[in-house]
Design a protein around this ligand. Structure first.
Ligand code: UD1
Ligand code: CA
Length: 473
């Protein structure tokens, strides 16, 4: 895809370089920094997702530390990797990517550890570059410690122009007082960028090749340097430590909660919601405190979710109520809960649970890879695994399907209107006919005919002459 700039005059390639080779020492982790997760996705996935929204011709990710792990963790169109080893600085990182970049275009450079950056900000930066300027994304921070400072020269008319970036470690006390900082994102005309990269050296406090030195080269070459700002400073916050990761997680969660509330979802407390993936909600959905949604979750109209539920990869039908402390995990198979069903409290729905309308699943009931037709109920202390359960079945307390013989899983077929008493074991493979009743305490190993009572248990006896043993003495 080609970029048509605002001016409409130019049509040039857009390439994106994402720097992700650094170790992330302060994370104190064996995992490469860019693979740490924010709202259920890695930092790098966030940046790639946003990069995807600006439709680049090529996205080049520079890897180094944990390169193989990083490269195998992500997929995106037009994505390629280049390795940087050893890691000699941000300028050196972009040098590795340079051969992959279209000469006639614009290159947008991003940090892999800045996950909240928005597509609108990236577009504004590319527009500011316009193919012939060097555009820097800058922000003003009350405490600029650690960042590269933006050096400006004031003009007679009150404006100022960017002259250079000086890294914190190289800055004089006067320069350190500057609060405008470089965020790590820039857009440059690619041919000029390549020429500047070739001129970098490492004569500085850290002995690194600084990408930021290209600014002074642009000024020397008479190329205008412009600065653009993100809508919110929080967009460019980087992740360098577990503390910063947690801070960004809260920001991200707060934004998601705001978006849900703007769409009409009632959250008992927006500060106590975690969405790690995508949550889609119908009209009049209410979510109590401390719920976690993972992967793709869809809640129908008027669904209510009680406190402390964890729901992953599931579709919940209209008017369903998920009572507190329920765990629903669809994993790769998904879970479907039908219209008007009541689940929990303390219920567990596992992958492949497909529940029809008005199904009731009560406390300490586990359902796995089973289909329950409309109106079926298992209200207390039960296990349904690899079962097909008919309409209006009542599955008693303490009853289970014994689906596993130690080697293979087998299915249990339960017809419509069956009543399974308490404390039964249905040993699969087994079939229970429509309308059958299974007496409490039965262990069922053979087919139970439709419409009949089947009961398998010892006959009750009472021994009138029996004496309880007594302790001697
Ligand atoms: C950099 C900027 C600084 C800016 C700050 C914003 C330079 C010289 N300085 O500093 O002006 O204020 O970002 O956060 O660019 N990386 C590599 N290979 C390397 C070194 C780094 O891929 O050899 C990657 C890191 O993984 C990271 C990014 O580049 O994603 C930034 O590196 P980092 O070391 O954090 O740069 P800063 O010192 O923070
Ligand atoms: Ca950094």
């Amino acid at each position: 895809m080609r970029v048509v700039l605002d001016s409409g005059e130019q049509d040039m390639a857009l390439d994106i370089v994402i720097m992700a080779a650094g170790k992330g020492t302060r994370m104190k982790s064996d995992r490469p920094k860019v693979l740490h997760e924010l709202a259920g996705r890695s930092l790098l996935e966030h940046v790639l997702h946003t990069a995807g929204e600006v439709a680049a011709d090529r996205v080049v990710v520079v890897t180094g530390h944990g390169a193989e792990q990083v490269e195998s963790s992500v997929r995106a169109p037009n994505l390629q990797f280049v390795r940087q080893s050893p890691q000699l600085g941000t300028g050196h990182a972009v040098q590795q990517a340079a051969p992959q970049l279209h000469n006639d275009g614009i290159t947008l450079i991003l940090n892999g550890d800045t996950p909240l950056i928005q597509a609108a900000t990236l577009r504004a930066l590319v527009d500011a570059c316009a193919g012939d300027k060097l555009a820097l994304l800058t922000v003003t921070l009350p405490d600029a410690t650690g960042y590269g400072r933006i050096l400006r020269r004031a003009a007679a008319d009150g404006t100022s122009t960017v002259q250079a970036i000086v890294e914190h470690k190289d800055a004089t006390p006067e320069q350190r007082a500057i609060t405008e900082v470089y965020t790590g994102a820039m857009a440059a005309p690619t041919a000029l960028l390549k020429a500047w990269l070739a001129r970098l050296d490492n004569r500085n406090a850290q002995g690194e090749y600084y990408l930021t030195d290209v600014v002074a080269f642009a000024v020397t070459d008479g190329v205008p340097v412009v600065a653009a700002q993100p809508k919110r400073a929080s967009e460019v916050l980087g992740v360098n430590s577990p503390q910063q990761l947690a801070e960004l997680e809260r920001l991200c969660q707060r934004d998601q909660a705001e978006a849900l509330m703007s769409a009409g979802v009632r959250l008992a407390d927006p500060a106590r919601l975690d969405v790690r993936g995508h949550l889609q909600c119908g009209v009049d959905v209410g979510i109590d405190v401390n719920c976690v949604f993972e992967g793709a979750v869809s809640l129908g109209h008027r669904v209510r979710v009680g406190a402390n539920c964890v729901i992953r990869n599931a579709v919940i039908g209209d008017d369903a109520v998920i009572h507190p402390y329920t765990h629903i995990d669809g994993d790769t198979l998904g879970v479907t809960v039908g219209r008007g069903s009541l689940i929990g409290p303390y219920a567990r729905l596992r992958p492949g649970a497909v529940l029809g309308a008005e199904v009731h699943i009560g406390n300490f009931v586990e359902v796995k890879n089973s289909t329950l037709a409309d109106g079926a109920k298992a209200n207390h202390l039960a296990y349904l695994g690899d079962a097909t359960v008919g309409e209006r079945v009542n599955f008693g307390a303490g009853s289970i399907t014994a689906n596993y013989d130690g080697a293979k899983k087998h299915r249990t077929e339960i017809g419509a209107d069956v009543h399974v008493g308490s404390n039964c074991v249905l040993v699969a493979p087994v079939t229970i006919g429509d309308g059958a009743t299974i007496g409490a305490g039965s262990t069922i190993t053979r087919q139970a005919p439709a419409g009949q009572l089947t009961v398998v248990r010892g006959r009750q006896v009472s021994l009138p002459t029996w004496k309880r043993p007594v302790k001697p003495g």
